[in-house]
Design a protein around this ligand. Structure first.
Ligand SMILES: [Zn+2]
Length: 397
C-alpha cells in the first residue's frame, strides 16, 4: 500500500482555542517547579493524547528490513514516541531528498538512544557555502510541544519549497539545522513513568536520576540558577558539559560552517528569551537581539493573535540562569568554534501562556488541537528569523 507524500499533504486548518496570554510568571527557565510536581504520574494523558499513530507497511518487497512508513495524513493528530519521530524524519529525508539530509549519531545517550539532526536546504545551490540556522527541541523531556513544533517546522519548510517565495528564497540561501529530540531518554521516561519529567536519565546513584541539560552547557556553568543537588529539577550535572546529549550537540555545532542564529525550543509561558542568563548585565548585542525578539513576537501575534513576550533571560529570573543554551550559543566558546561569528541566540517558551496553564502543571500538556496552530505561528517567526539573520549577521564589538 502506498501513502501520499508530505508534498501532497494538506494540513487541516484547526482552530486555536488558547486563552489570551498576559505576561506574568514564566514556568520553565527561571522557575523550576517544586519537587512535588515531578511525582505526579501521567497527568492528563487520557484527555489530551490520542493513541500512537498507526504505522503502516509500505508494501514493498523489503518491508521486513525497513521500518514502516509513517502515516503523515494523521501525523499531527497525536503525540509520538521517539522511534516514530525518528522515522518521521527519516521518511522526510527520503521524500524530500533534494532538500533534507538526515544526520545520525550526534550522541548516544546514557540509555543508548541516538540523538540526530536533519539539515534542510536546497541542495546543489551552493549548499556548502550557505550560512546556517540552528533549531533544537526537547532539551526538557516533558515539553512535548517543542518536538511537535520541530516536526511542524520541518514539514513547513519542505512542503512550501517551490510554492512559497519566502521559503524558496530561504532554502536557496540558507541551511536550517533541526535537532528534534535532544533528550530521548527523558522523553521516553515522560511517556512511560512520569509525564512531567524534565531532566535526562543519568544515574546519579542512590536511586536518583537526571541532569538538567539546560544547566549543563559550558558557559559560566554553575554561576547561579542551577543546583548541585542531584535530586533537584535544575541539577547542573557533576561538571560542565558532562552529559552526552550536550557534548554531542556541541561537537556537532563545532563541525558546522557558519551558524548565524540559534533557537532552543521550550514550553511554556509564551516568551522569547535572549541573552544573558548568567548575569544581570545586558549583552553587547542587546539592541540587535531585542529588535529581532520583538519582531518575532509581532510576527507570531499576526498569525493567531497569541501574545508572546520578548525579554532578556535575566529579566525573568532574579536568581539568574547559568549553563543554559541561550548563553552558550551566544558565548565565546561557540563564537570561536564558529569562525568568530557570534550567533543571534534565542530560547522560546511556547504555548500555553502562564494563565493558560492552570498553575503550571498542565502547561506542559498542550491539547493536541493546538499543535498545528502553534506550529504555524512559530514557522512564521522562523521564516522571519532565518531571512533576517542571513541578511544581518551580528558584527563583533
Ligand atoms: Zn524547558
Amino acid at each position: 500500500m502506498r501513502f501520499i507524500s508530505l508534498a501532497a499533504f494538506s494540513l487541516a486548518a484547526l482552530t486555536a482555542a488558547s486563552p489570551v496570554a498576559v505576561f506574568n510568571k514564566p514556568i520553565d527557565v527561571a522557575s523550576p517547579p517544586p519537587p512535588s510536581i515531578h511525582k505526579i504520574q501521567g497527568q492528563g494523558q487520557g484527555r489530551h493524547f490520542g493513541p500512537a499513530v498507526a504505522l503502516e507497511e509500505n508494501g514493498s518487497d523489503d518491508h521486513k528490513k525497513r521500518p514502516p512508513r509513517v502515516n503523515v495524513t494523521t501525523w499531527f493528530e497525536s503525540y509520538h514516541r521517539s522511534d516514530e519521530i525518528r522515522q518521521y524524519f527519516l521518511q522526510l529525508a527520503e521524500d524530500y531528498h533534494d532538500l533534507v539530509t538526515f544526520v545520525p549519531h550526534l550522541a548516544r545517550t546514557h540509555e543508548g538512544r541516538e540523538v540526530y539532526a536533519v539539515k534542510i536546504s536546497a541542495k546543489g545551490r551552493g549548499s556548502r557555502d550557505k550560512p546556517q540556522v540552528w533549531i533544537q527541541a526537547l532539551q526538557h523531556a516533558r515539553e512535548w510541544a517543542t518536538a511537535t513544533t520541530a516536526q511542524y517546522l520541518a514539514h513547513h519548510f519542505t512542503s512550501k519549497y517551490g510554492k512559497s517565495s519566502n521559503v524558496t528564497n530561504i532554502l536557496n540561501s540558507a541551511e536550517i539545522i533541526i535537532i528534534p529530540n535532544m533528550n530521548p531518554d527523558g522523553y521516553e521516561f515522560s511517556w512511560d513513568v512520569d509525564r512531567i519529567w524534565r531532566k535526562n536519565r543519568r544515574n546519579n546513584g542512590n536511586g536518583i536520576y537526571g541532569v538538567d541539560l539546560n544547566r549543563n552547557w559550558p558557559d559560566h556553568w554553575g554561576n547561579g540558577g542551577s543546583s548541585t543537588d542531584p535530586d533537584a529539577e535544575n541539577y547542573g550535572g557533576p561538571y560542565a558539559n558532562s552529559e552526552p546529549e550536550v557534548r554531542g550537540l556541541i561537537n556537532f555545532f563545532k563541525a558546522q560552517r557558519r551558524v548565524l542564529g540559534t533557537v532552543d525550543l521550550h514550553t511554556h509561558g509564551q516568551l522569547i528569551l535572549r541573552p544573558q542568563g548568567y548575569t544581570n548585565v545586558s549583552s553587547p548585542h542587546e539592541t540587535e537581539m531585542k529588535h529581532v525578539g520583538d519582531t518575532m513576537a509581532q510576527v507570531i501575534k499576526g498569525v493567531h493573535g497569541m501574545d508572546y513576550t520578548s525579554v532578556r533571560l535575566n529579566e525573568i529570573s532574579p536568581l539568574l540562569t547559568s549553563g543554559s543554551t541561550v548563553d552558550w550559543f551566544y558565548g565565546d566558546q561557540a563564537t570561536r568554534a564558529n569562525g568568530g561569528q557570534r550567533p543571534y541566540s534565542f530560547a522560546f517558551e511556547l504555548r500555553p501562556s502562564p494563565e493558560g496553564s492552570e498553575g503550571g502543571k498542565i502547561g506542559f500538556i498542550l491539547p493536541i488541537e493546538e499543535v498545528i496552530p502553534l506550529g504555524e505561528e512559530i514557522a512564521a517567526a522562523m521564516e522571519y528569523f532565518v531571512d533576517y539573520v542571513v541578511k544581518n549577521p551580528l558584527k563583533e564589538k
